[in-house]
Design a binder for this molecule. Structure first.
Ligand SMILES: Nc1ncnc2c1ncn2[C@@H]1O[C@H](COP(=O)(O)OP(=O)(O)OP(=O)(O)O)[C@@H](O)[C@H]1O
Ligand SMILES: [Mg+2]
Length: 323
């Protein structure tokens, strides 16, 4: 659906996107995560032509995104709804009018029965039936974001681009917005790209994610693959995981559990079989969409390490010695 090939971009001679290549599939919820300044928003803005790029190509469907070709760009932009952290709602317009705004912009009549039906349906989808005639100042942050989402959907886009759509919201409201995005993806079949620095967002809804660092793609893959057992030091630093809390003597061995593995009494079995005690010094269970992934760190004597690893291998448990 979206193909980004070797894209480069500089601002005032500083390269902010360096040879970025990402393929986003039709119907996918794709995440772009990374530290502040990594280039996430810039990349998103390049996808919908709000920003130009200097090298490489971006295609949406089969069309190249080229900001010089204004006419083609406009019709491409029509296919892409966008939502921002700041909502960007017009204060003097009510909920209904804000949602109808893109239709006005495109010269589509907003008072026909078909238009009214569509807007009313969207208001229902985002759960704002009671607020149809409220002004943005009368809404909570979560409600404002719901208006922004409905507005982004009013032209029947194929793609929804979200830039930090939940960053300003509290965790409970964030959950609701993420559930809504999932529903939109499932029910309407819309491809969704979410730019975020929130792990929770990626874990809850993204099927795949790209980790951006200093304008480069560090890794792309399923969130559980990338974040349960990150190989890249930068991703570990980003997650700020267990490493600074572990004992400095002995060895620390990290175990990973997926799905069914969560239910096996591996550690107690290992302790009994090897006639040794282990100190459990760190553990975590995480939800990734429907699945639960767990990891825990055991501290042990150096002399027990080899036997422990052999035991874990025999039980097909993934492990890693933490340096
Ligand atoms: N219009 C601009 N002019 C000059 N530099 C810019 C412009 N927009 C972004 N930059 C620079 O490009 C780099 C990437 O910015 P970008 O906004 O894409 O980062 P980000 O990953 O979205 O960060 P955040 O998580 O803080 O939103 C930053 O160093 C930023 O200062
Ligand atoms: Mg940003």
């Amino acid at each position: 659906m979206i193909t980004i090939s070797n894209v480069q971009k500089s601002f005032n001679k500083t390269e902010v996107l360096k040879d970025i290549s990402i393929d986003i599939q039709d119907g996918e919820i794709f995440g772009i995560i990374g530290q502040s300044g990594a280039g996430k928003s810039t990349l998103l803005r390049c996808i919908n032509g709000l920003e130009s790029y200097d090298g490489g190509t971006i295609t949406v469907g089969n069309n190249v995104v080229d900001i010089k070709d204004k006419k083609k760009l406009r019709s491409l932009q029509k296919k892409m709804g966008m939502i921002f952290q700041g909502f960007n709602l017009l204060e003097r317009l009510d909920v209904y009018q804000n949602i109808a705004l893109p239709m006005k912009f495109w010269g589509i009549p907003t008072t026909t029965p078909a238009a009214k039906e569509k807007i009313t349906k969207l208001i229902k989808l985002v759960g704002l039936e009671e607020k149809v005639h409220s002004k943005p100042r009368e809404l909570s942050g979560g409600q404002k974001q719901r208006v922004a989402i409905a507005r982004a959907l009013v032209l029947d886009p194929e793609i929804l681009l979200c830039d930090e759509a939940t960053s300003a919201l509290d965790p409970e409201i964030t959950k609701g917005i993420l559930a809504l995005l999932q529903e939109i993806n499932k029910e309407l079949g819309i491809t969704i790209v979410v730019v975020t620095h929130q792990m929770e967002v990626v874990k809850q809804i993204c099927q795949r994610v790209a980790f951006l660092s200093k304008g480069k793609v560090l890794a792309v893959g399923r969130p559980e693959k990338l974040f349960v057992w990150p190989k890249e030091q930068e991703i570990r630093d980003f997650l700020r995981e267990e490493s600074d809390k572990l004992p400095s003597d002995g060895v620390n061995l990290k175990l990973f559990f997926y799905g069914e593995g969560n239910q096996r009494p591996i550690v107690t079995q290992m302790s009994q079989e090897l006639h040794t005690d282990f100190n459990i010094c760190w553990a975590k269970l995480e939800d990734f969409r429907e699945d639960v992934y767990g990891s825990l760190v055991l501290n042990m004597d150096e002399k027990d390490l080899e036997r422990a690893c052999a035991f874990l291998d025999s039980k097909d448990v993934t492990w890693e010695v933490i340096k």
